[in-house]
Design a protein around this ligand. Structure first.
Ligand code: ZN
Length: 167
């Protein structure tokens, strides 16, 4: 288990279309363990594999206050959605930026668990927002893409400035 470095916007690797997992094996489970370590350490409530530079379709989520409800989804797919909700989002790959984004309020998702077993999940509210946000990452999409070009540009400049100062 290990904490992996998180890629930051506008790193072009965050734009990768991730590949479906073909085999759920120990190697994949090691990635999932590292993703949980990285997410809890940050701390965050969700993380997608491309954020740690692995381009397989895997996300981890835990919206509990105590951080004791880990949920890993492999090859997640939204198979139903309902309603709309605007909420403030942030992203471990876009540190310091919090903006309002509209998403479905309720979703139905199918995925594989860490043993390779298929399951379905109904999520609403924060959990639904989080899962939609993380699945976007697997398609190379970031929450800043929902903002105006001006806002996105402002966030990009701020992060690039911070990066230069940290070098
Ligand atoms: Zn994110």
């Amino acid at each position: 288990m290990a904490i992996r470095p998180i890629l930051h916007f506008p790193d072009p690797r965050l734009r990768t279309l991730c590949k479906p997992v073909e085999q759920v094996d120990d190697d994949l489970r090691a990635l999932i363990d590292d993703m949980f370590d990285t997410m809890y350490d940050a701390p965050g409530i969700g993380l997608a594999a491309p954020q740690v530079g692995d381009f397989r379709r895997v996300i981890v989520v835990d919206i509990s206050e105590e951080g004791n409800a880990p949920l890993a989804l492999i090859n997640p797919e939204i198979i139903g959605s309902e309603g709309a909700e605007i909420s403030e989002e942030g992203c471990l790959s876009v540190p310091g930026a919090y903006e309002k984004v509209e998403r479905a309020e309720q979703i139905r998702v199918k995925a594989l668990d860490k043993h390779g077993e298929p399951f379905e999940l109904e999520a609403h509210g924060l959990e639904a927002v989080c899962i939609q946000h993380e699945i976007d990452h697997l398609n190379g999409k970031l929450f800043v893409d929902y903002l105006s070009g001006l806002k996105r540009e402002r966030i990009r400049k701020k992060l690039e400035k911070q990066k230069r100062q940290n070098m």
